[in-house]
Write a protein that binds this ligand. Structure first.
Ligand code: GLC
Length: 418
């Protein structure tokens, strides 16, 4: 009897293994498993998601998808997903993965490799598809891309005869002047220490012509561009055109503050555009590319890709769902209903959509010029170092020079092979 137990166990493991749950599975070799599924996604702060899911659910009564909303901040979403996946839980079937998690999740074997031939990837932006790849294989399918924009009060700039700022000097000048004249906040971004601050800082560094880390995050280059980037942000706080309160902003706080008419300028993702169209500043705002140190800046590439939990028992249905949800019909609604940037390139040239979202050409340009964050399985560590140090400087807990030195030292330490 006691001999039989290990044998049975081995057989069970073998059976479980043939589903191809690990990172070495054949692409598309998902087990033939269908049924109701759970889709985990960051908090749907603008409530656009459920109606899209309903479209799938109406057509697939046996394979219903239930949405499970995680917290709003990217870091907290990651923490919950990691805790679950590490435990080998099959609670989540489909994961909405921030573009920066592909490497980590693929490396850990938490998500299944996918057969590229099953998706119309050549119709998507190539840079966006790259965020779903790791070591030459596809691990997720792009669902929504993202690029930071400068939201500005067109009414106030027009009245002052000003054009949207292209440089930090212009931004500073206009933010100082208009905030004083109108009793408003000058400029807000995402300055709380979390992924959002990392994004804002990386944007500033690259908009000063630098690059903190190379493409795979193995080489560190904290140089004069990083110093200028830090100087830009700390000057804003010191001079007050970045108000103290903005140091606790994530995307949602920035969105609300701007649409309530409390700021002249805000850096935010495109999803803030739709709600602002029906807000107190309706008809009074516009968006422009982010300004840079000496001319137009560039954004960090954001977005979400859909992946399948390697421990899911519904992998066949999950794959079908992902095909549906990344198809052009839903993608059109992602923009039209959610104001999130779709991944299909052709939608940005669609006259109907441009009528509704006149900033689409600006957005397309911004996405095409946006820079990916380093593709590295330890990206989370890298980001914590960046956000932590920048936050200390913004709160004047440490000087700019000290911050830059620590940032360099800690990034080198973190990226040194463990
Ligand atoms: C947005 C972006 C994501 C980024 C996050 C940072 O959700 O799509 O890529 O990591 O913001 O807060």
């Amino acid at each position: 009897m006691s001999r039989l137990v290990p044998l049975l166990l081995a057989a069970a493991l073998l059976l479980a293994g043939c589903g191809g749950a690990g990172g070495d599975a054949d692409p598309g070799a998902a087990p033939a498993a269908t049924g109701p599924m759970t889709f985990v996604v960051g908090k749907d702060t603008t409530s656009y998601f459920q109606p899209l899911l309903d479209r799938w659910n109406r057509a697939h009564p046996a394979d219903q998808v239930r949405m499970l909303e995680l917290p709003e901040a990217a870091d907290e979403q990651r923490a919950q997903m990691v805790a679950n996946l590490q435990a080998g839980s099959d609670r989540y079937d489909i994961l909405a993965l921030d573009v920066i998690w592909t490497a980590e999740f693929a490396e850990a074997g938490w998500i299944v490799p996918l057969d590229r031939g099953m998706f119309p990837l050549d119709r998507f932006f190539p840079g966006v598809v790259a965020t779903a790849m790791y070591k030459g294989r596809l691990y997720a399918v792009p669902y929504s891309t993202n690029a930071g924009l400068l939201y500005y009060r067109k009414d106030l700039l027009d009245a002052a005869g000003l054009k949207p700022p292209k440089t930090w000097a212009e931004l500073r000048e206009q933010a100082k002047r208009l905030s004083r004249e109108h009793g408003l906040g000058g400029y807000a971004g995402q300055f709380l220490p979390y992924e959002g601050l990392t994004v804002n800082f990386l944007e500033a560094v690259q908009s000063a012509g630098g690059e903190l880390l190379n493409a795979d995050g193995t080489a560190v280059n904290v140089d004069a561009a990083a110093e200028r980037a830090l100087e830009f942000l700390t000057t804003g706080v010191r001079e007050g055109w970045i108000p103290q309160e903005a140091l606790s902003y994530k995307e949602e706080e920035t969105r609300l503050a701007f649409q309530e008419g409390r700021y002249v300028f805000a850096r935010n993702w495109p999803h803030a555009y739709g709600p602002a169209k029906n807000s107190p500043i309706k008809g009074k705002f516009a968006v422009a590319p982010l300004p840079g140190a000496d001319g137009p800046g560039t954004s960090t590439l954001g977005g979400y890709n859909l992946a399948i939990n390697a421990a899911s028992k519904r992998q066949k249905s999950a794959l079908e769902f992902i095909r549906f949800f990344t198809g052009i019909d839903i993608q059109r609604l992602v923009l039209a209903e959610g104001s999130f940037p779709p991944v299909w390139a052709e939608l940005y040239d669609d006259p109907e959509l441009i009528k509704e979202y006149p900033y689409l050409p600006v957005l397309k340009e911004t996405i095409l010029r946006a820079r990916p964050r380093p593709v590295n399985a330890d990206y989370n560590q890298i980001s914590l170092v960046i956000a932590g140090n920048v936050s200390d400087a913004l709160a004047f807990r440490r000087s700019g020079a000290e911050t830059i030195a620590r940032l360099r030292e800690q990034l080198i330490e973190t990226t040194r092979n463990p």
